[in-house]
Design a protein around this ligand. Structure first.
Ligand code: AMP
Length: 230
């Protein structure tokens, strides 16, 4: 274990962390930091789906149009991807879910996977002001080669519009266009936010973290503290 790693929490059961929050709340960034610190995998359904689209396979063809439009893809598609991913050996000691579950049907499937393993999820809800979310999503740029994310105001590249690592011209992700952002936020409000009640009803530990103004390292510090205490 290196010095940046978080010691195991008190519980001996594998840690199932759910990073929960609206698009643009920082789930992806925090999941990556946590995966490194805890030595457990980040499981992002968005990344998995984008990889299928990139490969142009059957799953990719099925989901591409919905993703471009900012609409949630069918539950059975993501449930199957997650079930297969959680069965991989590297998830046996814990994992971080980033962008899943997003509907009640997905949350029920997840409970069905975790209960027999004796695992109860720890849900971290990243709470961010609406205006901050809009600024983050509209300012987001990505390197088409290495996937590194930038933001024109909060995390600009050294040369505007160019990736620091690859020198490639940065792009706006299809689903970061303004009309699509609106659709994604709408889906979140209608289908995903109500899961907070589901997590409470089912007795999962749910922590809310104000992630509006802090920089990613400060938010990470708050999550780290919670995990140590849980
Ligand atoms: P993300 O990168 O997590 O914002 O996801 C990008 C897009 O992938 C979403 O707008 C959805 O179209 C799709 N997606 C990702 N995760 C899920 C999920 N758990 N359920 C349904 N659709 C998802």
């Amino acid at each position: 274990m290196n010095s940046s790693q978080i010691p195991n929490p008190k519980s001996q059961a594998p840690l199932a962390l759910i990073l929960f929050g609206s698009p643009g709340s920082g789930k992806g960034t925090q999941s990556k930091l946590l995966a490194k610190a805890l030595g457990i995998p980040q499981i992002s359904t968005g990344d998995m789906l984008r990889e299928h689209v990139r490969r142009g396979n059957a799953v990719g063809t099925k989901v591409e149009a919905k993703m471009k439009a900012g609409i949630l893809v069918k539950d059975y598609v993501v449930n199957q991807l997650v079930e297969e991913r959680l069965a991989q050996p590297d998830a046996a000691n814990g994992f971080i879910l980033d962008g899943y579950p997003r509907t009640r049907a997905q949350a029920e499937v997840l409970c069905g996977i975790l209960s027999p393993r004796g695992v109860q999820a720890v849900v971290i809800h990243l709470v961010v002001d609406y205006n901050v979310i809009i600024a983050r999503l509209t300012g987001r740029r990505q390197c088409p080669v290495c996937g590194t994310l930038y933001n024109v105001t909060s995390k600009p590249p050294k040369v505007p519009g160019v990736c620091d690592l690859e020198g490639a011209k940065l792009i706006v992700r299809d689903d970061d266009r303004e009309e699509v952002i609106r659709e994604r936020l709408d889906e979140y409000e209608k289908q995903t936010r109500p899961l907070i009640d589901f997590f409470r009803e089912t007795g999962n530990r749910l922590y809310e973290i104000d992630a509006s103004h802090d920089n990613p390292q400060a938010v990470f510090g708050k999550i780290e503290e919670l995990i140590r205490e849980s």
